[in-house]
Design a protein around this ligand. Structure first.
Ligand code: UD2
Ligand code: MN
Length: 341
C-alpha cells in the first residue's frame, strides 16, 4: 500500500518536472537558446557589429592610397560609397558568410508590372547575394502570373496578395506602409537585412555583401553629377518632404532601400507617417515616396551609400567612372504600362 503511494508521488513529481521543463523551454530565452543552439537577439547584435574574419585567410595588403582617385569613395560623414575596386570581396565574404545571414528582398509587381518579374528574379539568381540566404517577398495583385523561376539553394519566394490602384503614384508610395507591415508582422525574427527593389530592373553583374550596412541608400544615376539646387527634391514648404534649396547631400533613388531590419523599419515608418500627413493636407510630394526618402536621408544619414553601379538606367550612356553596371532600370513604355499618366 505504502509503496503504491510512493510510486504515485514519484510519478506526480516526474510529471511536474516534465511540465516545468516544457514551460521553461517555451518561455525562457535561455532555455530555448540552449536547446536550439540559436543566438539570442543580444548575441546577434554583437555578431553584426563585430567584423570577425577567420584566421588563415590570405589576401593582398590594403593600399595606403585611394584605389579610386577618380571618384569620391566616402561621404563627409565618413560613410563608404561603394564603387568597383573600392573593396576586397574575399575579405568581405570571409567576414559575412560565417554570420549565416538572411536577406529579405521586397519587390512590388502590380498590374502590368508583373511582366518585369521574370527577368528580375532570373538575373537576381545569377548575381544578387549569391551564396547568401535570400527570401523574396513579391507583392502583387496577380499572384497567378508570378513566374516559376528555379531558385538556388537557401533561396525562397513568398507571394503576398496586394490591392491594385488606378494611380501608379499610389502603388509606388504605398510600398512604404506595406514594407513597414511586413517587417513588423513577419520579418523581425526571420531576416537580418532587407532590400526593397523596383521591379522594372535587371541585374547585370555581381551585387553582394559589400552592399550590406545599417542603413543603405543608392545614388540616383540621372542626378548623380548635378548640384544640389538642381536636385528634384520637394520644394513646397507645405509638404513634409520639403528640402530648402541650399540643403542636401545627394539625390537618392527610390528604387533601392536597404539595411538592417530595425533601421529600415524606422525609415519606412517615418516616411509612411509623413506621407499620411501630406495626404491629410491634400498634397503629394513631387516624386512621391522618393521625395520623403530624400528628406529622411538628409537628417538620418545612411551609413553606406551604393554608387550608381547599383542603380543604373539602360537608357543612359556609361561615363568612364562607371566600370560596371550591376543593377539597372530596363527601358519601358510608360504610357503603355502605367494605369494612368
Ligand atoms: C530609378 C528610381 O529611383 N525610380 C523611382 C522613380 O520612378 P520610376 O519611373 O522608376 O517608377 P516606377 O514606374 O518604376 O514605379 C516604382 C515601382 O512601383 C511598382 N509599380 C508601379 C506602378 C505600377 O503600375 N505597378 C507597380 O508595381 C513597381 O515595383 C515599380 O518598380 O520614382 C518613383 C516614385 O515616383 C519611385 O521612387 C521609383 O523607385
Ligand atoms: Mn522603376
Amino acid at each position: 500500500m505504502r509503496s503504491g503511494q510512493n510510486f504515485c508521488l514519484f510519478c506526480l513529481f516526474i510529471t511536474c518536472l516534465f511540465l516545468g521543463f516544457l514551460y521553461f523551454s517555451f518561455t525562457s530565452p535561455w532555455f530555448s537558446h540552449v536547446l536550439k543552439c540559436k543566438p539570442t537577439v543580444e548575441e546577434k547584435k554583437n555578431d553584426y557589429t563585430e567584423l570577425i574574419i577567420p584566421a588563415g585567410i590570405s589576401y593582398p595588403q590594403p593600399s595606403l592610397s585611394n584605389s579610386r582617385p577618380d571618384i569620391a569613395t566616402t561621404t563627409r560623414w565618413l560613410a563608404p560609397i561603394v564603387w568597383e575596386d573600392s573593396f576586397d570581396l574575399a575579405v568581405i565574404d570571409n567576414i559575412y558568410k560565417p554570420k549565416n545571414i538572411t536577406v529579405a528582398t521586397t519587390v512590388f509587381a502590380v498590374g502590368k508590372y508583373v511582366r518585369f518579374l521574370k527577368e528580375l528574379i532570373e538575373s537576381a539568381e545569377q548575381h544578387f547575394m549569391v551564396g547568401y540566404r535570400v527570401h523574396y517577398y513579391i507583392f502583387t495583385d496577380l499572384p497567378d502570373q508570378v513566374p516559376d523561376v528555379k531558385l538556388g539553394e537557401g533561396r525562397h519566394l513568398t507571394k503576398i496578395k496586394t490591392a491594385s490602384s488606378s494611380r501608379w503614384q499610389e502603388i509606388s508610395l504605398r510600398r512604404m506602409e506595406m514594407v513597414e507591415k511586413l517587417i513588423e508582422e513577419e520579418l523581425l525574427n526571420k531576416a537580418d537585412y532587407i532590400f526593397s527593389l523596383d521591379v522594372d530592373s535587371k541585374f547585370y553583374a555581381h551585387w553582394g555583401a559589400e552592399s550590406l550596412g545599417d542603413l543603405v541608400g543608392v545614388l540616383h544615376a540621372w542626378l548623380f553629377s548635378m548640384s544640389r539646387h538642381q536636385f528634384t527634391y520637394e520644394r513646397r514648404p507645405e509638404s513634409q518632404a520639403y528640402i530648402p534649396i541650399d540643403a542636401g547631400d545627394y539625390y537618392y533613388g527610390g528604387a533601392v532601400i536597404g539595411g538592417r531590419l530595425d533601421k529600415v523599419l524606422k525609415l519606412v515608418k517615418t516616411c509612411r507617417m509623413q506621407l499620411d500627413r501630406d495626404r491629410a493636407n491634400k498634397i503629394e510630394a513631387v516624386w512621391q515616396e522618393e521625395s520623403h526618402l530624400n528628406k529622411y536621408f538628409l537628417y538620418n544619414k545612411p551609413t553606406k551609400l551604393l554608387s550608381p553601379e547599383y542603380l543604373w538606367d539602360d537608357r543612359k550612356e556609361k561615363p568612364n567612372f562607371m566600370k560596371v553596371v550591376r543593377f539597372s532600370q530596363v527601358v519601358k513604355n510608360y504610357a503603355e504600362i502605367r494605369p494612368n499618366p
